[in-house]
Design a binder for this molecule. Structure first.
Ligand code: G1P
Length: 296
């Protein structure tokens, strides 16, 4: 019998050093992308794929994050009094979105360690992991496809995207072989952030995973790797090497729009792209971008 995936884990305990000083007192997941915090896009993506049980692994300074998904009665009353139904709807949108749970990482020892903190909440069923820095455009579904492949293969699934050789050292990189299905590959090896020029392929792991629960036991026995941190990629490499443990690992190749909001330049690009596609902002923004670019 197969267990359907219902839970998603969002690691959000990072220090956000790339965005200092903005992130000195505020979690990076709360940085607005147009007018919504980055984490809300990720939770919406989970909900769109049918996953409403969300566990956020938080750290210090993360109160704002939990507050964002709570009701703020004073704010609702003030908007109601003003008759501002539009903004009231937007405020409600994050409150009723999902069943939110929080656990603190305590000691930030890496992505693998953060995922391990979800063991009690998840129990013995497959689950999704979504990294808050990676935004997948809502028009290009990825998670739904990964859930389908997971159900079919009963294995762990990672999302892959082709990157240029100069970018490979920033990612977990997969060695792959084709399967019968287009854009579904069998993973034969994984390496976390290879030294420049040593990457086994151009297939980079992007921040979406659907994992078999056996990964928790593997993580418990995974020694610190790259950067002295417990790496999720290393635990997945063990699942690759021991396919009898939990069905091995497959990759779904993503060819849609992804924004790395953990990188300052990509963050700015994401805001411009998403805003210019919006009905309320796009018509005024697009001609301005043209005019601005002509003056460069
Ligand atoms: C993490 C993972 C890496 C993956 C990347 C995707 O790295 O460790 O394998 O490729 O996310 O964004 P980070 O970006 O947190 O350093």
């Amino acid at each position: 019998m197969t267990t359907p995936v219902t839970k998603v884990v969002i690691p959000a305990a990072g220090l956000g050093t790339r965005f200092l000083p903005a992130t000195k007192a505020m979690p990076k997941e709360m940085l607005p992308v147009v007018d919504k915090p980055a984490i809300q896009y990720v939770v919406e993506e989970a909900v769109d794929a049918g996953l409403v049980d969300v566990l956020v692994v938080t750290g210090r300074n993360k109160h704002a994050l939990a507050n964002h998904f709570d009701r703020v009665t004073e704010l609702e009353q003030a908007l109601e009094l003003k008759g501002d139904g539009h903004r009231l709807k937007m405020v409600h949108a994050s409150t009723g979105l999902a069943e939110m749970h929080y656990v603190r990482q305590g000691d930030p020892k890496g992505l693998g360690h953060a995922v391990l903190r979800a063991k009690m909440h998840v129990g013995h069923q497959p689950f999704a992991v979504m990294l808050g820095d990676d935004l997948i455009d809502a028009r290009d579904t990825l998670l739904t496809k990964m859930l389908e492949v997971q159900e079919h293969k009963q294995a762990s699934i990672i999302a892959l995207m082709e990157v240029g050789p100069s970018q490979a050292h920033l990612y977990g990189i997969a060695s792959v072989e084709n399967t019968d299905e287009t854009d579904v590959v069998h993973i034969t090896g994984l390496v976390e952030k290879p030294e420049p020029g040593t990457q086994p392929s151009n297939y980079a792991i992007i921040g979406r995973y659907v994992l078999m629960p056996e990964v928790f036991d593997v993580l418990e026995n995974t020694a610190p790797g790259k950067g002295g941190e417990i790496q999720l990629t290393d635990a997945l490499a063990t699942l690759v090497a021991q396919p009898d443990l939990a069905g091995g690992v497959y990759g779904v190749i993503f060819r849609g729009r992804r924004y790395d909001t953990g990188d300052r330049l990509d963050y700015i690009k994401a805001i411009i792209r998403l805003a210019s596609d919006r009905e309320d902002l796009g018509p005024d923004l697009r001609p301005w971008i043209k005019e601005f670019a002509e003056g460069l």
